[in-house]
Design a protein around this ligand. Structure first.
Ligand code: NAP
Length: 286
């Protein structure tokens, strides 16, 4: 049975690692704030000393950290993954980053003799807990195949897009659409309520027609109650919008809508909603 490493035990990583442990795999966990390892150790994981030590001692090491800076630090920093990887060992970075960051990590890992796969996910806290994520991968195909058993535990579907960078791009496409949807939804709700409409009825009408979708259905009641318990932190959505706008720059593809929505999310961060759910952008819009 493969021995897995798991680096980064935030909202997503802790749930994903827990599923691997519950499935009976030997898992070594590490997190920058080490106290977050405790519940996973209670489930049966071993606690690693550093990303280097985890990558050196496991067949495949998964990572799920905040953003490009965190992914880079995890790989290239002191006692990082790069210092431990080699001899065909696998490194699967599941964080949402830009394609350039992912390629830099891939080049460094493969130069050391390691194998690299990028594997960002679609789906939030609950799908991570339920093992129903959609896993978007690109990179070393043998590592994709070797990781499939773990992907089947963490997710309900996994896709392979070929060269490193393509899965990162796919993930940004998904989130630029979701961020824009949430901004449009919030504006509609705010305008409708200001115009004297009942919020519950707006939700009911939306859900009855062509705009029915799980995001509006899930987040709508949160907007009405004014409470935004965090599944997907607003700061990470803003990061994804920023990265999507950057990808548009690189490819000379206009992303006017995403750029405007990014500005709204930047304002929401500045207003203090960074750690709340991304649906808290409603407070800024309203
Ligand atoms: P989170 O709860 O904010 O956790 C972030 C993790 O990154 C923590 O383990 C944190 O460590 C670690 N980290 C941050 N900076 C670091 C650094 N410089 N070096 C090492 N570790 C660092 O985030 P999350 O919601 O789990 O999201 C993780 C990734 O998945 C992000 O890229 C996000 O965009 C993506 N994602 C999230 C969701 C979602 O719904 N939440 C869905 C799909 C994709 P500490 O504990 O020490 O702070």
């Amino acid at each position: 049975m493969a021995k897995y490493g798991f680096l980064g035990l935030g909202i997503m990583g802790s749930a994903m690692a827990a599923n691997l442990i519950r499935a009976g795999f030997e898992v070594v966990v590490w997190n920058r704030t080490s106290s977050k390892c405790t519940p996973l150790v209670a489930l049966g994981a071993r606690q690693g000393q550093s990303p280097r030590q985890v990558a050196a001692s496991c067949d495949i090491t998964f990572a799920m950290v905040a953003d490009p800076a965190a992914s880079s630090h995890l790989c290239f920093g002191a006692d990082g993954v790069l210092a431990g990887i080699g001899e065909g060992r696998g490194y699967v970075d599941m964080s949402t980053v830009d394609d350039g960051t992912s390629r830099r990590i891939m080049e460094a890992v493969t130069q050391r003799g390691g194998r690299f796969l990028e594997a960002p996910v679609s789906g939030t806290k609950k799908p991570a807990e339920d093992g129903t994520l959609i896993i978007l991968t690109a990179g070393d195909q043998s590592l994709y195949e070797a990781s499939s058993e773990a992907f089947d535990i963490m997710g309900k579907r996994h896709f392979y897009f070929g060269e490193v960078g393509q899965a990162a791009r796919m993930k940004l496409v998904v989130n630029m659409i979701m961020g824009s949807m949430m901004a449009a939804f919030s504006e509609g709700m705010a305008l409708g309520r200001k115009g004297g409409l009942d919020g519950r009825q707006i939700l009911e009408v939306l859900d009855a027609g062509a705009l029915a979708n799980p995001v509006f259905r899930g987040k709508g009641p949160m907007l009405l109650q004014g409470e935004f318990p965090t599944s997907f932190p607003l700061k990470h959505m803003q990061k994804d919008l920023r990265l999507a706008v950057g990808l548009g720059e690189d490819l000379e593809q206009p992303t006017a809508c995403t750029a405007a929505v990014n500005e709204i999310f930047k304002r929401a961060r500045a207003e203090g909603y960074a750690e709340e759910d991304f649906s808290a952008v409603f407070k800024t819009i309203e």
